[in-house]
Design a protein around this ligand. Structure first.
Ligand code: NAP
Length: 277
């Protein structure tokens, strides 16, 4: 699916170049040397190449100051050939990620983390959707999995995954429950779910006893198991036979997130140039 989305972005990018002589540009900023962040940034750069975008990487040392980072964001805000700006999170502890996100021009905020874009999502009138929840919705649509009227349980309430995920399911008329670390009787709540989305960050947290027979299970987690191997928040081996659909890790939500980032960057470019879809 992610390959299909990227192929469609590639074709539209080619058309944009041919008809308007415009190449979308994405700037990715990474601060410090977190190995997971490095992998994500490399994957994003590769995806840019595959769809024909210009990509710029700004790799800053871990001791970068808030002022230096904000100055870079301001430069990118004013750079005409850059349509999308992405600051890879998490930032080193001494940096204020909220202030950095707030400094990104909202029409270049292809992660949709800026307060303006978050507000638009609440109202259901958005330009960009946050990449991970939007990728999940695209999977549900593609497999024609209905959301309307169904019990949707999201585990996790982060601003980048859990909350917007709940909102997108609500927009499509799901009956949404958002769980978190203070939720009581979590397993019982999860067993109600027709659609269960795990965004917890704990390896194999969702066990078979938490899943209703025939449920759709979406695993957002990108965790490491006891052997250091990439795994999800769901105990895949034991859950897979219980559910009707399940996304694997690696290879499920992650690639869809990057494909959505490409879609958002193309859209940002078109909006900035006043080109309608
Ligand atoms: P996060 O900010 O750490 O949020 C984790 C959420 O899980 C919090 O809301 C927390 O509750 C909740 N939680 C923690 N322990 C719990 C428990 N025992 N029971 C119920 N809820 C619990 O994480 P995130 O940024 O949303 O990321 C979640 C996972 O998704 C991570 O593995 C991350 O690597 C992955 N991720 C993947 C992609 C992708 O492209 N596939 C993108 C983003 C993130 P409280 O709010 O009460 O603390």
């Amino acid at each position: 699916m992610s390959a299909e989305v990227k192929e469609s972005v590639r074709q539209l990018t080619e058309q944009l170049k041919a008809e308007h002589n415009i190449t979308p540009g994405l700037a990715v900023v990474i601060v410090g040397d977190d190995p997971a962040s490095r992998v994500y940034v490399n994957n994003k750069k590769k995806a840019c190449e595959a769809v024909g975008f210009k990509s710029e990487e700004y790799a800053l040392p871990a001791e970068t100051t808030q002022e230096e980072l904000l100055a870079l964001v301001e430069t990118l805000n004013n750079k005409e050939d850059i349509n999308g700006i992405l600051v890879q999170l998490p930032l080193p502890k001494h940096l204020d990620d909220k202030a950095v996100i707030a400094a990104i021009r909202s029409d270049k905020d292809v992660d949709a983390f800026h307060a303006v874009n978050v507000g638009k999502i609440m109202l259901g009138e958005y330009d960009f959707l946050p990449c991970t929840p939007a990728g999940v919705m695209e999977m549900l649509h593609s497999y024609q999995i209905p959301v309307e009227g169904r019990e949707c349980v999201v585990i996790g309430r982060s601003n980048i995954v859990g909350k917007p995920m709940g909102m997108l399911l609500l927009h499509e008329n799901g009956t949404v429950t958002i769980c978190h670390s203070r939720t009581k009787n979590l397993a019982e709540v999860c067993r109600r779910a027709d659609i269960l989305v795990a965004a917890v960050g704990i390896p194999k947290f969702v066990t078979a006893d938490m899943v209703k027979d025939g449920a759709v299970v979406i695993d957002v987690g990108m965790d490491r198991d006891e052997n250091g191997k990439l795994c999800g928040d769901v105990d895949f081996e034991n859950v897979k036979d219980k559910c009707s659909f399940i996304t694997p890790v690696p290879g499920g939500v992650g690639p869809m997130t990057i494909a959505t980032l490409m879609k958002n960057t193309l859209k940002a470019c078109k909006l900035q140039h006043g080109i309608s879809e």
